[in-house]
Design a protein around this ligand. Sequence first.
Ligand code: CU
Length: 472
Amino acid sequence: MLNRRQVLAAGVLTAGFASTPLLRATSRAAAPAEPFSVRMPVPPVLRPAARLPGCAIYHLTMREAPVEILPGRHTTVRTFDGSFPGPTIRARRGETVIVRQTNKLDVPAAVHLHGGHVEPQHDGHPMDVIAPGDSRTYVYPNRQRAAALWYHDHAHHLEAENVYRGLAGLYLLTDPEEERLGLPRGEYELPLLLRGANLAEDGTLIYDATDVQGPDHGTTLVNGRPTPYLPVAARRYRFRIANVSSGHAYVLKLRDGSEMIQIGTDGGLLPEPVRTGAVSVWSAERADVVIDFSRYPVGSRVYLDNTALFGGETRDVLRFDVVREARDDSRVPERLVPLEDLGPAATTRTFALSFDLATGRYLINGAVFDPDRVDARPRLGVPEIWEITNSDTRIPIPHTFHTHLEQFRILDRNGVAPPAAERGRKDTLTVHPGETVRIKVRFSTYTGRYVFHCHMLEHSAHAMMGQLQIEP
Ligand SMILES: [Cu+2]
């Protein structure tokens, strides 16, 4: 594995700027894909290798595979089981999922279940990697609320490229509370994994960490295909949106300005639905969104746009083609799932996110990641307030702060209560330049070592990460 010095020598300064959307000024010729010329695929649902009482066992192999991204062209990507993005794992609360991962890539990998509440040895710690040729078994107890989690590589220094090249997949955890709500399901509940890709004309996936527009600028992919179309019925659909990009932000709007209903965020369902014209998902965030197509006559074309254009991205994301009528017995109740009270906080910690111009390093509290250093020792079960400040105002670089193990609550942004869609269980949040965000978090169940980091993957790959030791 590359060490930090080698990565720095490889050009961390430009690489750092590369994942800075606000600094992307120019645009580049798009890859040769007519928008809305391919149908949106749905990643396959992974079938268990075995089922035991209360437990499902899966096998996944990480390997390179050729896939079709641009029509008629082959692209070699890094996959879980040949699927780009990875297959969706469907889990139920209380039913253990065991995933045996075999690494047939020529680079190390560590598989992290993002948003998962798991023991430290199953968390995919960045230093706890699966060497090429080796296998490892991860255990996910699923003792947490229904949520759209996702699994992805987390090998230190390599995660940005590994995820960019394809090592990401959705993990949909359900529970009886969610099931009884009557939300759209089956063929009317679809994942939308969003990301960018820099594709050459011949289909080659280019990873250039020094690209000033970010390595994943260029073509917007939904479930691995460029700006696709999706035939829909004139009824409600539930979309499980995940931003699996290196550093892109998506602020999604329907081009006709119509309402969407956001029902969930990173850690599951919101207390109540949020009717909105714009759904925001930054790197690693998820949004659970219902769109009601019954307001459109059959034959309508409904466009989903990205309005967070910092340069290099296209507005087009997805086109819904309303092709038929359909019965709809789904609903969106006015009350979803209540938020539990985390209790009064006993400790306050501060985390300062910054970019050091002199060294080109991304820092948390003035330091880069050191696997031999513990940065915070929260006590099990004791609520804490974390004040996370992005002090980069001269060079306005946003960051996305993510902690492993636990879902937190956003208390305020610069002292102001967060927007309704952020008042749920969160594991990732954007901290804008000049902003201080206060969160409340309470680590539960497991002691041991976990990481927190910026989830702009070019930043975390350059060691914008710290370590927690959860103490009994
Ligand atoms: Cu960052």
